[in-house]
Design a protein around this ligand. Structure first.
Ligand SMILES: *[C@@H]1O[C@H](CO)[C@@H](O)[C@H](O)[C@H]1NC(C)=O
Length: 175
């Protein structure tokens, strides 16, 4: 009985550890000054987003000059029309962190006048939970399959992942 409980505890701990370390902080655009009007289509944040994967629990991090710009989370309609008047959420602290709590699309536009119209916007699509366990699902778009499995802050995430696996092996060793 005691052995069973010990096993169960190990499993629960392992599960919690893996779940927690799985969440990542993803720097938008992969660099600090990326929240700005893109110089070209290929430089746009949506290009970057298409090549990244976002999962429930990940956080997006923006770094920008809070005196000049802001991050507005908006509806699909406001995103399309660059309507800054009634955002879902407004962030202008210069270091914005938004946790992606559910799957589906998230829409962000710049609150600086005229910036959204010139392409400073971001659409992030968070994969549904089953993707977490499948790796690549049959329904994945080509961009998902070709894109890096881990988004730009990946070295830290990869280290963490490696650490999880190591710890997992250690915990399983208790069995
Ligand atoms: C922007 O959105 C607000 C409410 O969300 C709406 O009242 C307003 O008419 C919209 N403006 C434009 C130009 O569409």
């Amino acid at each position: 009985m005691a052995a069973f409980l010990r096993r169960l505890t190990s499993l629960v701990l392992l599960f919690l550890f893996v779940s927690f370390t799985d969440a990542r902080e993803i720097l938008v655009g992969g660099k600090t000054d990326a929240w700005k009007i893109p110089s070209s289509e290929s430089d746009s944040l949506n290009k970057w987003a298409e090549n990244s994967r976002f999962r429930i629990g990940d956080s997006l991090v923006w770094e920008y000059d809070g005196g000049k710009d802001s991050v507005l989370q908006v509806t699909k309609e406001a995103y399309a029309s660059c309507n800054t008047s009634n955002p879902i959420a407004e962030h202008k602290d210069g270091k914005t962190n938004v946790k992606l709590e559910k799957s589906g699309p998230f829409y962000f536009i710049s609150g600086a006048k005229g910036h959204c119209e010139q392409g400073q916007k971001l659409l992030v699509v968070v994969l549904s939970p089953r993707h977490r366990y499948n790796g690549i699902s049959p329904a994945s778009s080509p961009a998902e399959i070709e894109g890096p499995a881990i988004a730009p802050t990946s070295s830290a995430a990869a280290l963490k992942a490696g650490f999880s696996v190591t710890l997992g092996v250690l915990v399983l060793g208790l069995f």
